[in-house]
Design a protein around this ligand. Structure first.
Ligand code: IVH
Length: 716
């Protein structure tokens, strides 16, 4: 498409000094008509130079008579100043989503349900359209003027992007209708040609390119400065209409409403159609599928809508989607490429994920260079090897994956993939629990990949309970985003070694917390002196945790609060626990082989031990617990016995009930087994109660528990 750049030398023509208002109105109508022909119909009615001179004439009149410069004027599309945030807009009628179908069977079932709902024997007439791959917006016209444009948001509330939508030449600012209120819904997208051009320009300026037209459209629309949106050439296709209350629409079929929108100068796609019955649906799907790559815009399927509006209402809705419409999606796109290597990434929780490094390949609208291989078993099952030719698949916005390899194209000398035995980030042992697909780094306390997670867990309320140490602060402490010192550029980002190594993070392990000073914390963003002092005080106050809390805080895999408390009670001291081998760990009630192994592996990692030593050296003193011998209390009904709490008790919280039981020497477990002595069930008790009944375990209520406790305490 040609651009509308005004040429500099042109005279203002035909200025009618007598009736500037009338002349301005005429110019606006003419300019709207030509712009519609040019942008929407792609069939220019006048040469560019003539359009430009009319445009400048209107500008001149509006300059001379500012009162005539109304917001609907074509000169005013980019008029709004940048804002700092989008306001929210509550949708008058929710913006629903569509149910998806991926197979012909699902389409057949959709059509059958629709016919059943209508009690119709004959085939249904459907309106069929491409499923645009952009983002949904709603345009509200009051008295024929565009007053609000919003994004879909969560369907109930969207963002007010009126100023940005006004810059889209495809969207009329005024419409010729007597309807007092009209909402037009549709998709904002970027056509492929414009996308390629924009990326070319981005590249030339050395700026970031967008991965696909959809992201480009979303990024361009959600701009706080409308001038940026204006420069991006976004497009709009209308696909729906919502009338105001008690306002009849001028047609009784969806397809006719789309025709009417076209007359009102809204862009509606020429690729829509009406078809008859399920055969018509499937034929359209195939026809559009065959033309997909030749379309000027990206689509990810087609949409079927029962054409008769009255029938739509009769068929109705299921929760968040209409039952009278269906999105028939194209299958995921696939492409062949070469597997250059398999990297292993360590996630926040220590999970190791093999990631395929690929020779760049264009698939599903983006260039893919990495794809997930999920886990070790998946790599083996698919028998994917470095050097293989592999099939890469990408559907919608999901992470691309390696679907399979082509063994017939395998070069000689490839080897089967195995995960490393030690963590690529911290060098701790990698462990994989029996029956689990995921392998994990066991250096929970010391691994840089798990640092933030470990610190958050350590400080959490049920662990060391360090008030004020939340996610934002942990981010800063670890990333060291100190106000006056910009974050160091990583050496590998610039491809050479820095002269001196970057400063270490303020906090690497939980032990570092106990060395922090108020001055260091006060230097962080949004940290007033008072908050810094409070945090130091909170850290200080956490120095004497119960042994159970301390063990829980270490973040040992499979060791939750209850197990941590059991371990504390069983071993009495941290030393005793750290020195326990697996057989000794198995003596603890409720500790099975998986838990025992993960505890033993955790303490076997020198890095973890170093952190624990540093914690103790930093003044943390877990409070030893008197080891409870499995003896009896006055009645022997509570001490040494195992209780499970389930449901809501009438007056006690879970924590209170637990504290009472534990104070009497009993133990609270999270799951019911044959070894459970009593299940204390409250309201809405679920599967634990069922299990107790199945195993014949004694079930009591809160009153029953109180009676046991009273007898045990000798107060009964
Ligand atoms: S009709 C009641 N028609 O698909 C549903 N939606 O999953 C109204 N979409 O967010 C939507 N092309 O952004 C409709 N021809 C089309 C569409 C379309 C794309 C998007 C729309 C919506 C999503 C629904």
């Amino acid at each position: 498409m040609r651009s509308r750049v005004a040429s500099s030398a042109s005279t203002v023509q035909m200025m009618d000094a007598g009736d500037p208002a009338g002349r301005a109105a005429w110019l606006r109508r003419e300019l709207d008509r030509h712009a519609h022909a040019y942008y929407v119909l792609d069939a220019p009615t006048v040469p560019d130079a003539e359009y430009d001179s009319l445009f400048r004439e209107l500008e001149a009149i509006e300059r001379a008579h500012p009162a005539l410069a109304m917001p609907e004027s074509p000169t005013q599309r980019v008029g709004a100043a940048p804002s700092t945030a989008f306001a929210s807009v509550a949708h008058r009628v929710p913006m629903l989503s569509l149910n998806n179908a991926f197979s012909e069977d699902e389409v057949v079932a959709f059509d059958r349900r629709a016919r059943e709902a209508l009690g119709s024997e004959g085939p249904i007439a459907y309106a069929v359209e491409p499923k645009f791959d952009g983002l949904a917006v709603s345009l509200t016209y009051a008295g024929g003027r565009l007053v609000t444009g919003s994004t879909r948001g969560d369907g109930e509330t969207g963002e007010d992007v009126t100023a940005n939508l006004r810059t889209l030449q495809a969207i009329p600012l005024t419409i010729d209708t007597a309807l007092p209120l009209l909402e037009v819904r549709g998709e904002v997208l970027m056509r492929r040609r414009d996308f390629l051009r924009m990326n070319e320009a981005q590249r030339a300026r050395g700026e970031r390119e967008f991965v696909n037209p959809r992201n480009a459209a979303a990024g361009s629309l959600r701009q706080l400065d409308p001038a940026v949106t204006a420069a991006r050439r976004l497009w709009f296709y209308a696909y729906g209409v919502v009338a105001g209350e008690d306002v009849p629409l001028p047609a009784d079929r969806h397809s006719a409403l789309m025709d009417w929108l076209a007359v009102l100068r809204f862009p509606v796609t020429p690729d829509r159609a009406t078809v008859c019955g399920v055969d018509g649906l499937l034929a359209y799907f195939r026809e559009i599928g065959a033309r997909r790559s030749a379309l000027p815009y990206d689509i990810d399927g087609v949409v079927y809508k029962v054409d008769a509006i009255a029938d739509q209402a009769r068929i109705g809705f299921v929760s968040r989607a209409p039952r009278f419409a269906l999105a028939h999606k194209f299958p995921a796109e696939e492409a062949l490429t070469e597997l250059l290597g398999i990297d292993v990434q360590v996630g926040r929780t220590g999970a190791l994920t093999p990631v395929a490094r690929l020779k760049p390949v264009f698939v599903g609208g983006v260039t893919v260079t990495n794809a997930t291989l999920h886990n070790e078993d998946e790599v083996r099952r698919k028998d994917v090897r470095v050097g293989d030719t592999v099939v890469v698949r990408r559907a919608g916005d999901v992470i691309p994956e390696v679907a399979r390899s082509l063994p017939e194209r395998r070069p000689p000398g490839t080897v089967e993939f195995t995960l490393p035995a030690t963590c690529p980030v911290c060098g701790s042992a990698v462990a994989r629990a029996e029956g689990e697909a995921i392998s994990r780094c066991t250096g929970a306390l010391s691994c840089a990949a798990q640092r933030k997670q470990a610190l958050l867990h350590f400080a959490s309320r049920r662990a060391m309970d360090i008030e004020g140490l939340g996610e934002k602060l942990v981010d800063q402490l670890v990333d060291r985003l100190v106000d006056d010192a910009p974050a160091p550029i990583a050496a590998d980002a610039v491809g050479e070694s820095p002269a001196s190594p970057p400063p270490p993070p303020l906090v690497r392990t939980p032990a570092d917390l106990y060395r922090l000073t108020a001055a260091q914390i006060g230097g962080l963003e949004r940290m007033a002196d008072k908050s810094a002092n409070n945090l130091v005080a909170a850290i200080d106050a956490s120095r004497r945790p119960s042994l159970g809390r301390f063990i829980f805080a270490l973040g040992i895999r499979n060791v939750g609060e209850t197990t941590a408390r059991d371990l504390a009670r069983h071993f009495g001291t941290l030393d005793a626990l750290m020195g326990a081998a697996e057989p000794a760990l198995l003596q603890v009630p409720d500790v099975g082989p998986v838990v025992a192994q993960s505890i033993a592996t955790f303490f076997a990692q020198p890095h973890n031990r170093e952190v624990i030593d540093a914690l103790l050296a930093g003044g943390v003193q877990p409070q030893a617990v008197a080891v409870v011998a499995p003896t009896t209390d006055a009645t022997g009904e509570v001490a040494g016995r195992t209780f499970v709490l389930t449901g809501t008790l009438p007056s006690l919280t879970r924590d209170e009930a637990r504290a009472l039981i534990e104070a009497a020497g009993g133990k609270v477990s999270g799951s019911v087994s044959k070894k459970t002595h009593h299940v204390v069930a409250g309201e809405e008790a679920g599967s634990k109660l069922e299990k107790a009944r199945a195993l014949g375990v004694d079930v009591i209520d809160e009153a029953g528990l109180r009676a046991l406790l009273a007898r045990a305490a000798g107060t009964d």
